[in-house]
Write a protein that binds this ligand. Structure first.
Ligand code: GLY
Length: 573
């Protein structure tokens, strides 16, 4: 039913795109399965952004140029998660062998305080950390994307950002998904006059096919083209951000904006059954958790258990339970806290954790003390790109919840993030993803909040074979894990690997979240008899992935059936 709905929506979207989108034409495909490409591929959660990336590749740009173009385009066409007012991580494997990451995660403003979200009784006030200006960290996306372009791209700012200016200035046709999304969030948007101005209609709801124009955002993008990072972190855009902050008793200052810096960090690497895993180090927990999970699971012949069998789900769950317990204790911004990376990703440590797993469910309380339950959010967005030279880029970017803090910067036209909720505001009290934290992730001025984003590139013989990532808060790591296992252990093609139903466990809450189709009722009963608690969940993650066949050089891409994205490739010339 969900699939049918998605197909219907996608047909409307493709019709609108092919016939009505100004300046964008071309043959689109949602899945690369039947069309294998070698001249490059872009997969993102939004078809217009994918088209921008493909146009950049077509005009001779490399994967980094395309990644920056897609990032800016998502800020226009996919404002639920694409952003100028948030942050992100970029993992890059260049064809010349270089591999590194860019950390442009948001930072706590310098007036941020350890207890800023606690009331006079010392209780966590989640609304303060999750909605409104106080929830916003200092944005990093513009800095990170411009750093990537200046140091690893080949094109000018104008070349890669102008398509986004055009989309903002001339407008684009709202898809059914985006119109519905704006309408669904209306009650939050109307709490803030600036957001009401840009993202609600006076007398009616948005409808698919409405042309959505964002003139102020186009001007902001124009200032970034003209002045680079100064077009955002200084001058008029900075004045608008600080004015918005001051109007709402926020704490983001000119100094915070001027001092924002992107950090180049070494990839965190692992080896799994002869493949090399490149992923994001802290302040993301994603790379470490992914590698720790793979190290534990390498001790088991997963294939012989059968994909999504009861035993397979049991072993994945037990590995996840242990890794998320470690996440809560040891992970935070490495510039503020000594994260024991080498110990966490060592094969010996994984063996020790594996040896604790028995044929029945463990109690999370026996692994480390903890509490809680909370709701999930599936926001954030990922895109994967490869070019014809073999440069591979994996980017996950976020404003945290859908539409972040829900506050748009008046006059600048973009949402500010609510990333401060990714800090552990009070040890032992969960954030919106139900995640627990400790001192490692406490709030400090200038610190980057812990993330679960897991942009990943898998290599064989030092060449990319899989580029993958997902949104989904705490569920990002386990969604990425299962796609990696589907490709490496179960040799699925990329569509099958992305579309296969998934599970998730994060230590607390105690239950396994299970998508429809993982197990039948007898399999689920078996799992319950082993001592597991299970809970149905409509969907886990929203993967955008590219698989590269190193033998033929052919590339196939898949956008998740759970969303409305577009995988598009360039055929051999
Ligand atoms: N805001 C979601 C994450 O960074 O994990």
């Amino acid at each position: 039913m969900l699939k049918q709905k998605l197909i219907f929506s996608k047909s409307i979207l493709i019709f609108l795109l092919l016939f009505f989108t100004p300046g964008l034409t071309g043959c689109t495909t949602f899945n690369g399965n039947e069309n294998l490409y070698s001249q490059g591929m872009v997969v993102s959660a939004d078809s217009l952004a994918t088209e921008v990336g493909i146009k950049i590749l077509r005009s001779g740009g490399n994967a980094i140029d395309a990644a920056v173009g897609v990032g800016f385009a998502l800020s226009v066409t996919y404002p639920v998660a694409g952003n100028l007012g948030g942050g992100g991580f970029m993992v890059i494997k260049k064809a010349n062998g270089e591999e590194f990451t860019l950390d442009y995660r948001e930072k706590a403003p310098k007036l941020a305080k350890r207890d800023m979200y606690l009331n006079s009784e010392g209780n966590f006030v989640d609304s303060l950390a999750q909605e409104g200006i106080l929830a916003s960290g200092v944005p990093g996306s513009v800095s990170g994307m411009l750093y990537a372009l200046a140091n690893h791209g080949t094109m000018s700012r104008e070349d890669v950002i102008m398509p986004s200016v055009e989309l903002a200035k001339k407008g684009f046709y709202l898809s059914e998904a985006t119109a519905n999304s704006f309408n669904r969030y209306r009650s939050s948007f109307i709490k803030f006059p600036s957001t009401t101005k840009y993202f609600t209609k006076d007398s009616a709801l948005f409808a698919p096919g409405d042309i959505f124009v964002q003139s102020d955002l186009a001007n902001t993008l124009g200032r970034i083209i003209e002045n680079g990072t100064d077009g955002f972190y200084r001058g008029k855009t900075a004045e608008l951000i600080v004015a918005q902050s001051q109007k709402m008793d926020g704490i983001i200052s000119f100094d915070d904006l001027m001092k924002y810096n992107t950090v180049v960090r070494e990839v965190v690497t692992g080896n799994y059954r002869g493949f090399k895993i490149l992923s994001m180090p802290p302040p993301s927990s994603g790379g470490i958790a992914l590698i720790e999970l793979l190290n534990i699971l390498e001790n088991i012949d997963l294939k012989s258990l059968g994909h999504n069998s009861t035993k397979y789900v049991h072993y994945l769950t037990e590995a996840m339970r242990r890794v998320y317990a470690d996440r809560s204790k040891y992970l935070g911004d490495p510039d503020f806290y000594p994260v024991p990376i080498d110990s966490l990703i060592s094969k010996n440590y994984a063996k020790k954790l594996y040896s604790q797993i028995t044929s029945s469910a463990s109690n999370s309380a026996d692994i480390l003390p903890g509490l809680v339950e909370s709701s999930e959010s599936m926001e954030t967005t990922h895109y994967s790109i490869i070019d014809k030279w073999g440069n591979a880029v994996s980017v996950t970017t976020t404003i945290n919840s859908g539409y972040g803090s829900k506050v748009v910067v008046d006059g600048a036209g973009f949402f500010l993030n609510n990333e401060m909720d990714d800090f552990s505001a009070k040890p032992g009290v969960p954030n919106q993803f139900g995640l627990l934290g400790s001192e490692a992730n406490s709030i400090e001025p200038g610190k980057r909040m812990l993330s679960s984003m897991t942009p990943t590139i898998v290599l064989k013989d030092d060449k990319p074979v899989l580029i993958v990532g997902s949104p989904g808060g705490s569920t990002i790591i386990t969604a990425v894990l299962q796609v990696v296992l589907n490709v490496l252990d179960f040799e699925m093609d990329v569509n099958e690997a992305v579309d296969a139903p998934r599970i998730h466990h994060q230590w607390y809450p105690e239950h396994i979240s299970i998508e429809d189709g993982v197990l039948d009722s007898s399999g689920t009963l078996e799992l319950i008899n082993m001592g597991h608690k299970v809970k149905d969940i409509p969907y886990l993650g929203l993967i955008e992935a590219i698989k590269i066949d190193q033998k033929t050089g052919r590339v196939s891409g898949a956008t998740d059936r759970r969303g409305f994205g577009l995988a598009k490739g360039e055929l051999d010339k």
